[in-house]
Design a protein around this ligand. Sequence first.
Ligand code: NAG
Ligand code: NAG
Length: 365
Amino acid sequence: MVRIAISTAFIAAVIGMASALSLDQHAPIRALVKKISTVTNSKNIVAHDNARLNHYFKKNPVEEFATGSAPVTNEVFSYIAEAKVGSQTFDLIVDTGSSNTWVGATTKFTGTEYTDSVSIGGTAATTQSIGVAKSSTGFTGTDGIVGFGPEELTEDTVNGVDEVPTFLQTLMSEGVISSNILGVSFAPLTGSSDESANGELTFGGVDESAYTGDITYTTRVTPYWGVSVSKFAFGSTSLGTTTASGIVDTGTTLFYVPTAVYTKFLTASKGKLDNTSGLVKFTTKPTSNFTFVIGGTTFTLTPAQYLIATAQYSNWGISGTSGFYTFIGDGGSEAPNTILGQSFLEFYYSVYDTDNNRVGLATAA
Ligand SMILES: *[C@@H]1O[C@H](CO)[C@@H](O)[C@H](O)[C@H]1NC(C)=O
Ligand SMILES: *[C@@H]1O[C@H](CO)[C@@H](O)[C@H](O)[C@H]1NC(C)=O
């Protein structure tokens, strides 16, 4: 009996080791990302975000860097991943709203699309398709974009090619990762700092230490990383009954809700659009939570979260020191009109799961 017990334990240990090894091989690969600011006036953030929204209405990929047409403004907060492309190092914007990988025109490349190795955070794709921007406009503080949007957004972006494999797809096809899943962990800047290595990406799976509770998954609403959002409320006041078309977008700074919801929010919170900052301003600090539902789960932004921290005003280019400002903005009425941008994602972990065609959200740890 004793011998059997021992050998059973031994077998269990061996099986345990084997599964630990295989887990290790398939463990997600991490990459740190840093948040940077190129903002001098918060109005310009709104202008930049609105330019992106316009692309989404038109169902066009965001091509502001690619087309060479000057973006309205390049004043934004960006999450940056350091990428080694060939032998050079670039700071690339992490963008789940677009899917191509682009580098600036200031570098000595020829052609507009070429193949090179790209490595981010210890992952290496050896034959990644990369675009070279025709103009370097818009690259202040950054050198380009790494697109984590769905592959279909690359359609017709490169002459003579139907779709271009995304960075994650290249990692998959080259066997670097075994699941086409991206996890994104962002965090707000603390104190008055204007730059911080405060974020993390995981390629090939999620980082279980980056969130608490369960991840709420919903089937992706095409063509973006789309989610259906309902039951917006401010405290106990309903802000409408419509189901909104949302996008989870790391390249948008603010958090946008449909115009109908936004208008009711202003009334309920006694907020007003402030023409100097372009943001909603309150003279009295609101105390109610802002909530909405995705996939049956209620997501909450508390006042401490949706109000911009006073110590951060100068980084946002907010000149007034009196009053309170929020990052909740007007997303328009045309779908998609709910953009879960960085300001929201700094409180919620997000998962972009191509394998299962779903989007995941969980409370950030
Ligand atoms: C704020 O700007 C809007 C749009 O430009 C304009 O209609 C409105 O009159 C302005 N309000 C104030 C108080 O200046
Ligand atoms: C606001 O949300 C937080 C976090 O979910 C919760 O702890 C708090 O009780 C809520 N406040 C109100 C007034 O419901």
